[in-house]
Write a protein that binds this ligand. Structure first.
Ligand code: XUL
Ligand code: CO
Length: 435
């Protein structure tokens, strides 16, 4: 049974092709900086957006055509979706995928039934991985859709809800472990508050940390070696989310003794919602040696929601790839397209156009970032800008060999400092030379 019969395997045809079902830039085996594109980019498709997103918005119902889906919560329907999804992965040449427990399997009447359904689908996913060589980048638990989590999961004021969330995390880690997942993500969709009038923030944060410590203990107990990630996001659906940005996540992890067990999964649209650029968030994470993985999408600045659009902006993909190459590449992480089609793009073939575009944009980002690094002018400019700290007084400041008294003497003797230009416009022009 073929679910996308009109679509052939997507191949690299080069920048001149007029075929919309071909890659112009993503050439999986092409070598850049000593590794193939496929090894650098580690593309992943999210099960939730590809298979489950009906493309509703706050004003209208879903539009997505999914002729393979009977619309029920049956396990058979869930099992069928696995075939559809793996055909999609095969035809796009995407090597990895990510899931939430409730995307792949239905939530049924009680936890035992939901766990049993999950196990059945996981078994089928395992077979599909074996047959195709596709791999799981990360798994996660959906702790934000069901009404029981309306007031939080790990930060719920109700212990029974906390326990239910913990049970779901356990089952989702088990599933990820069985499938050889390279990571496991915690995105706290409802781990925040709508109003402080009813909220004990300190207690909620303590509880969230407790849940994460339990997960670390459980991971060790079962021998799961995948990387744990936290995914920052400032709001939506909550008014204020505790994991609001990379800096807040790092502080939380440090405060609760969790930093050695977690890295960050940084998402472009979450960065912009937090009032940061993606490059800012990636830099904060990488500086702390905690950049693990990336949810590669983009927002729409005119809408200001978490629109989860496909990444087609080359400035954006260049920024991302500069940081990724700069840290020596991904280890367990990759580029997960946490992105959905627009509501107007409701036909199955749009799934392909969307991913082809994202993959090509990142392939170009990779090639351009590599060219920028080989050229070396940006690096040389930045190095030169800070060179007064390489020797003399600056070196003593960096080494902690002088204090306010010595620096006061130096400033009195040195007079008014003369500072060179930051050359922003020249550097922006230089960047455009590479695009
Ligand atoms: C929500 C979001 C999630 C996480 C996984 O904004 O990004 O899909 O990536 O729970
Ligand atoms: Co995400």
């Amino acid at each position: 049974m073929e679910y996308f019969p009109e679509i052939q395997k997507i191949r690299y045809e080069g920048p001149k092709t007029k075929n919309p079902f071909a890659f112009r830039h993503y050439n999986p085996d092409e070598v850049v900086e000593g590794k193939t594109m496929r090894e650098h980019l580690r593309f992943a498709a999210p099960y939730w957006h590809c298979m489950r997103n009906e493309l509703a918005d706050p004003f209208g119902q879903g539009t997505a055509l999914m002729p393979w889906d009977d619309g029920t919560t049956s396990v058979d329907n869930a099992l069928k979706r696995v075939d559809v999804f793996f055909e999609f992965l095969d035809k796009t040449g995407i090597d990895f995928y990510c899931f939430h427990d409730r995307d792949i399997a239905p939530e049924l009447n009680d936890l035992a039934a939901s766990n049993a359904a999950l196990e059945k689908v996981v078994a089928k996913l395992g077979e599909a991985q074996k047959a195709t060589g596709k791999k799981l980048l990360w798994g996660t638990a959906c702790l934000f859709t069901h009404p029981r989590y309306a007031q939080g999961a790990g930060t719920s004021p109700y212990a029974e809800v906390f326990a239910y969330a913990a049970a779901q995390v356990k089952a989702a880690i088990d599933a990820t472990h069985v499938l050889g997942g390279e990571g496991y993500t915690f995105w706290g969709g409802r781990e925040g508050y709508a109003t402080l009038l009813n909220t004990d923030m300190k207690r909620e944060l303590d509880h969230l940390a407790r849940l994460l410590h339990m997960a670390v203990d459980y991971k060790k107990a079962i021998g799961f070696e995948g990387q744990f990630y936290i995914e920052p996001k400032p709001r939506e659906p909550t008014t204020h989310q505790y994991d609001s940005d990379a800096a807040a996540c790092l502080n939380f992890l440090r405060e609760y003794g969790l930093l050695e067990h977690f890295k960050l999964n940084i998402e472009t649209n979450h960065a912009t919602l937090a009032g940061h650029s993606m490059r800012h968030e990636l830099t904060v994470a990488a500086n702390a040696n905690a950049l693990g993985s990336i949810d590669a999408n983009r927002g729409d600045l005119l809408l200001g929601w978490d629109t989860d659009q496909f990444p087609t902006d080359l400035y954006g993909t260049v920024d991302v790839m500069l940081i990724v190459l700069g840290m020596g590449g991904f280890t367990t992480g990759g580029l997960n397209f946490d992105a959905k089609r627009r509501r107007e793009s409701h036909e199955p073939e749009d799934l392909f156009h969307a991913h082809i575009g994202g993959m090509d944009a990142f392939a170009r980002g990779l090639k351009i970032a590599a060219a920028i690094r080989a050229d070396g002018r940006f690096e040389a400019f930045v190095r030169k800008r800070y060179r007064s700290f390489d020797s003399g007084l600056g070196a003593k400041i960096e080494k902690g060999e002088v204090g306010l008294k010595e620096l006061s003497e130096a400033a009195l003797a040195g007079g008014e400092p003369k500072i060179p230009s930051g050359r922003q416009e020249m550097l922006e022009n230089l960047l455009n030379d590479f695009l």
